[in-house]
Design a protein around this ligand. Structure first.
Ligand SMILES: [Zn+2]
Length: 147
């Protein structure tokens, strides 16, 4: 791993099949708004997308992201699954369920990760907008707000 700081654009570049809608217009997709999350969550998104790329290679089930944003302290990863043509219905259902389990781990990790620095965090003590903070970032934030 390089020490270069991960950006949303880099994450999308690294998983072009999942983020293939990034270059469509805003009439066609919400992905034109890019990844609407702070940088603390990007490593989790990148890591789980790596798993999803591997899964797609092995099963043919392709995740296509439709909108990615933070909502009430949770990651909302809206997506659809593309099933290979001619796949048996039962098999497709089984593989889709497994695929969703992988997708869900992304949100599970983010729920306990500071949105700003990636350290362990929680939504405890959020005022107004709900965000996931580590203790340090929350203190800094409250100071900035004069709380
Ligand atoms: Zn933090």
């Amino acid at each position: 791993m390089s020490e270069e700081k991960l950006t949303g654009e880099m994450v999308m570049d690294r998983h072009p099949d999942i983020f293939r809608e990034r270059s469509l217009s805003m009439q066609q997709t919400c992905m034109c708004w890019r990844l609407e999350v702070n940088e603390g969550w990007l490593p989790h998104i990148d890591m789980v997308c790596t798993l999803l790329d591997e899964y797609a290679k092995r099963t043919g089930i392709q995740v296509v992201a439709e909108q990615v944003k933070q909502k009430f302290g949770d990651l909302s990863f809206y997506h659809r699954l593309e099933i290979p043509e001619g796949m048996d219905e039962k098999q497709a259902e089984f593989l889709s369920k497994r695929c969703r389990e992988i997708v869900n781990t992304m949100g599970t990790l983010c729920a306990f990760t500071c949105e700003w620095c990636g350290a362990p965090g929680s939504t405890k003590g959020s005022k107004g907008w709900i965000n996931v903070f580590c203790p340090d970032c929350r203190e800094k934030r409250n100071e900035e707000r004069g709380a």
